[in-house]
Design a protein around this ligand. Structure first.
Ligand code: GSH
Length: 139
């Protein structure tokens, strides 16, 4: 019986991975200057996720759609990421977005809907992530 459920989970994971690959959206283009600014803001973010989690796929699609280059941390394959997520974030659940603030504190955002809404606000310029002085452009 154990092997039956393992097989079902394996097949479902493969379906999710294939769907992710086939239906991944194209990214919208922005000017190089705006993209650089967005990339700098995204350095304050990290997404803890599993490759074959449907909720994580939704978040990764939102990132792709908006050209947000956020570091992906696979908490299934990397024990250190899983440990950080559980001990600093509070629970071993994905997706979870880690937002590092200027003062060094971190915010751990769970729930794919909340993460997608937050990322959309960043992409639309309604929310701005404060940058480390070393990252902020001298202008
Ligand atoms: N309502 C959550 C559901 C997230 C969820 O159920 N994630 C699963 C993976 S697909 C999970 O992390 N479960 C706990 C675990 O696998 O340890 C969301 O939309 O983000």
């Amino acid at each position: 019986m154990k092997y039956f459920w393992m097989s079902i989970r394996f097949v479902l994971a493969q379906i999710i991975l294939i769907a992710d690959f086939c239906y991944r959206p194209k990214g919208t283009k922005r000017s190089t200057e705006k993209q650089n600014d967005m990339d700098e803001q995204c350095q304050q973010l990290a997404l803890y996720q599993y490759a074959a989690c449907p909720f994580c796929v939704k978040v990764r699609w939102a990132m792709k759609r908006n050209n947000l280059n956020i570091e992906l941390r696979d908490a299934k394959r990397n024990a250190e990421f899983a440990y950080e997520l559980e001990n600093q974030g509070g629970k071993l659940k994905v997706p979870c977005l880690k937002i590092t603030h200027l003062d060094g504190t971190s915010q751990w955002m769970y729930e794919s809907k909340d993460i997608i809404a937050y990322l959309q606000n960043i992409a639309d310029g309604h929310t701005r992530i404060e940058l480390e002085p070393s990252l902020a452009k001298a202008s």
